[in-house]
Design a protein around this ligand. Structure first.
Ligand code: B16
Ligand code: MG
Length: 215
C-alpha cells in the first residue's frame, strides 16, 4: 500500500528546462563553445549541476581544473537564478496542483525529491509549497540521481518505509534512483515510455486512476 508519493520537481511539477538551457547556453557562448544545443540540454535532464557542466565541456578540447569547473557551475547558477526571478505559477505543469490537492484529500503524504539546490526558491515562487508535506533536495544530499539518496531522505522525512512510497519522475536517472531505493515509479514527460518505470503516463494530468497505483 502506497502512503506517500514523492515527486521530482523539474519536468514533473514545474517546467524549468528552458531556463536551464538558456543559462547553460549563456555560459557555453562565453566559453567559446558554440555547438551547445537543446538536444545536449535534454541529456542534462535530472542530472546534477556538475554532471551537467561536463556535458557542456564535452564540446571543447580545453581542460579545466576542478576549481575552475566549480566556478563555471556557480556562474551558470547565477544566470539560472536571474531567470528564476521571473518564475511564477505559470511554470507549474498541467494538472500538478490539482493532483497534489487530490492526493492529499485521499490521505496520501506528498514529498518532493529533486537534486536541484534551487528547489526551495522554485517551490516558493510557483506557489507549490503549501501542497507539499516534506522536501528532499540537492541541499540535503551528497550523491545525485541515479543514487537513491534523495528519495530515501524524502521517505525518511515523510516517516515512511521505501516500499510505501511511489516516485514520479521524468528522467532516466530518476527512475533508476527510485528502483535503487526500492520504490515503485511512475514515468511522465516526453520520454515516459522509454524509462522502464513501473507505471507510465504522458504527464500527471493524464493519470485518472491514482487509486490503482496506490494499491
Ligand atoms: P540546480 P530534478 C534537476 O532537477 C534538473 O532536471 C537538472 O537539469 C539540474 O541540473 C539539476 O536539477 C540540478 O539543479 O543546478 O538547480 O541545483 O529533475 O531532480 O528536479
Ligand atoms: Mg526532472
Amino acid at each position: 500500500m502506497i502512503k506517500g508519493v514523492i515527486f521530482d520537481l523539474d519536468g514533473v511539477l514545474v517546467s524549468t528546462d528552458e531556463m536551464h538551457y538558456q543559462a547553460w547556453k549563456r555560459l557555453a557562448d562565453q566559453l567559446g563553445i558554440f555547438g551547445f544545443t537543446r538536444k545536449d540540454n535534454e541529456r542534462q535532464r535530472g542530472v546534477s549541476r556538475m554532471a551537467s557542466l561536463e556535458i557542456v565541456l564535452e564540446k571543447t578540447d580545453r581542460v579545466y581544473t576542478e576549481e575552475e569547473k566549480v566556478k563555471l557551475a556557480e556562474k551558470k547558477n547565477d544566470y539560472y537564478k536571474e531567470l528564476l526571478q521571473k518564475l511564477d505559477d505559470g511554470a507549474v505543469l498541467k494538472g500538478a496542483k490539482e493532483t497534489l490537492a487530490k492526493l492529499r484529500e485521499m490521505g496520501v503524504l506528498i514529498g518532493v525529491g529533486s537534486v536541484s539546490k534551487n528547489t526551495p526558491m522554485i517551490l516558493e515562487k510557483t506557489g507549490l509549497l503549501p501542497y507539499i508535506d516534506k522536501v528532499s533536495c540537492g541541499l540535503d544530499i551528497t550523491k545525485s540521481k541515479p543514487d537513491p539518496e534523495v528519495f530515501l531522505v524524502a521517505a525518511k522525512k515523510l516517516g515512511l518505509p521505501a516500499e510505501e512510497c511511489l516516485v514520479v519522475e521524468d528522467a532516466a536517472a530518476g527512475i533508476q534512483a527510485a528502483k535503487a531505493a526500492g520504490m515503485k515509479s511512475l514515468a511522465v514527460g516526453p520520454y515516459y515510455e522509454k524509462l522502464g518505470a513501473t507505471y507510465q503516463a504522458p504527464g500527471i494530468y493524464a493519470v485518472n486512476d491514482w487509486k490503482e497505483m496506490l494499491g
